[in-house]
Design a protein around this ligand. Structure first.
Ligand code: SAM
Length: 251
């Protein structure tokens, strides 16, 4: 009996054609995503038609192009709202917005508390909100991004997000803020669609080095996958976890 060792997706493939077909069918494709598909879409980003744009966004984003590229696809596939918690200078915000602009989806709601990070080694800023707004304008996505200023758990922020949702479900949730995943899920879980894609940054670090941020993300993922609340779709560069909600309502 012969056993196949290489998975089929390791055979040579026209990756550009893969991206074009995947983007074209994003809205109508199977609502459940496979790990192999998500892996392929992440890994070959440099062959995608979005590669140049991902490079541009990378110049002010803490995220890897793999993640920026995946977020674009998840936004393109979205049949509801997109909620982002923690934008910084807007790399992910703009990747999502550009995809929604092309697909006609949305709304996009981005929550950012602001502040300053003048000593950041790569992306310093003395005013996060000012620079975020400047980037949103520069990339012509002002009409797409609903920016909500404040802490994600502040009652007025939650109320504003709910108003913007206006009864629509969140079909893509991206959190890259302070790692309090359980707190954010307690607040926003009830708004998730049945097959919502959940993307959490800061997943994978050695526990000895971990700030509370990473421990919070990793703990939630361990619990949520074990209880079947989410399906694990892999960890992508740099330590960004992707999963899909298994629609059980209010968690
Ligand atoms: C790691 S940065 C986000 C990086 C961004 N995704 C990118 O593409 O570069 C985290 C951001 O989350 C914001 N933040 C942290 N905790 C927050 C919270 N609870 N609510 C809203 N914003 C928060 C910080 O001000 C910061 O701008």
């Amino acid at each position: 009996m012969s056993e196949r060792i290489l998975p089929p997706n390791q055979e040579p493939r026209d990756w550009r054609a893969f991206y074009e077909a995947s983007d074209r069918s994003a809205k109508t494709a199977d609502r459940r995503l496979s790990r192999v598909f998500v892996n392929d879409y992440a890994m070959h980003w440099s062959d995608s038609p979005h590669a140049t744009e991902m490079g541009e966004l990378k110049s002010f984003s803490m995220l890897h192009q793999e993640t920026l590229s995946l977020l674009g696809y998840f936004a393109r596939r979205s049949q509801g709202a997109v909620l982002e918690l923690g934008a910084y200078l807007g790399g992910a915000t703009i990747s999502i917005a550009k995809a929604l602009q092309q697909s006609g989806g949305g709304p996009q709601i981005t929550v950012e508390v602001g502040g300053a990070h003048p000593t950041h080694p790569d992306y310093p800023t003395d005013d996060i909100l000012r620079d975020l707004k400047r980037n949103i304008k520069k990339f012509n996505v002002e009409p797409i991004v609903n920016l909500v200023e404040g802490w994600s758990d502040a009652p007025e922020v939650v109320a504003q997000v709910e108003r913007l949702l206006n009864g629509r479900k969140i079909d893509l949730l991206f959190i890259d803020s302070d790692g309090r995943t359980r707190r954010d899920m307690d607040i926003y879980g009830k708004f998730l669609s049945q097959d919502c894609i959940i993307v959490l940054d800061d997943f994978l670090v050695a526990v000895a080095d971990a700030a509370d941020k990473e421990v919070g993300v990793r703990n939630w993922v361990a619990w949520a996958t074990e209880t079947g609340l989410v399906t694990d779709l892999g960890v992508h560069q740099w330590a960004t976890w992707v999963g899909q909600y298994n629609g059980r309502g209010d968690r």
